[in-house]
Design a protein around this ligand. Structure first.
Ligand code: G3P
Length: 225
């Protein structure tokens, strides 16, 4: 496992059909190849079913797509931070738009990750929510307007103010938190714009996962970093 550095490109595989079974490792290896050949900091979030397998096979940081605020024990179907760490992950997304949690659960997940040495990347849908969740001091906050997720217009062009505003709101609470942005990010120009707006990287999915040539997309994404 290599460290997650900034600027960071975090590829969330979600649960697209392209990353079921061997597809997850195939894509993670492409991410690893581009990271190794270019020196770019790329992390992957495979589906939870493939987390352990992918983490055992690649050298890029592997993050879980979710954790639940549960300790090991009885809790059928939950994903504990402890299990994610044992699976070889470096960290986790928390509170993704497609898997929201009450704020108190977000705080509990961040604390559990901190105790275990797992990187926490908390997602937020607005400037106000990002400011609120910054109080838990996760390592990263990724702002993603839900209506732009999976679309073709990058948050950096559709709503640059939300990126700038989130950076300011989060910095006013805790300057140690790195702000990322996501939703519709697909090109090197989008990543460049994100960094110019003050973000430390991007969180993206469909632009890479659904691409016919993910390697070409990744090489374009990291073109300016
Ligand atoms: O977690 C990344 C995400 O929600 C953005 O998805 O497909 O717009 O890059 P996408």
């Amino acid at each position: 496992m290599t460290d997650l550095r900034y600027p960071a490109v975090i590829v969330n595989f979600k649960v697209y059909s392209q990353v079921e079974g061997q597809g997850a490792l195939r894509l993670a290896k492409i991410c690893g190849k581009v990271a190794e050949e270019t020196g770019a900091s790329i992390a992957v979030c495979p589906p939870i079913a493939e987390l352990s397998y992918v983490a055992s096979q690649v050298s890029v940081p592997v993050l879980s797509q979710n954790v639940d605020p549960r300790k090991p024990g009885s809790g059928t179907g939950y994903t504990t931070p402890s299990a994610v760490k044992s699976a070889g992950a470096s960290g986790t997304l928390i509170n993704h738009s497609e898997n929201r949690k009450p704020a108190e659960d977000v705080g509990a997940c961040v604390s559990m990750c901190r105790e275990l040495g797992l990187i926490s990347c908390v997602c937020a849908e607005s400037i106000a929510k990002a400011g609120e969740l910054a109080a838990f001091s996760p390592d990263m906050i990724a702002v993603e307007p839900p209506e732009l997720i999976g679309g073709d217009i990058s948050v950096t062009s559709a709503d640059p103010g939300i990126v700038r505003g989130t950076v300011a709101a989060v910095e006013s609470v805790d300057r140690r938190i790195s702000v990322l942005c996501g939703a519709g990010v697909k090109t090197g120009e989008d990543v460049k714009a994100a960094l110019e707006l003050g973000a430390k990287g991007v969180l993206l999915a469909s632009g890479v996962v659904k691409a016919s040539d993910p390697e070409a997309v990744l090489r374009d994404l990291i073109r300016y970093i």
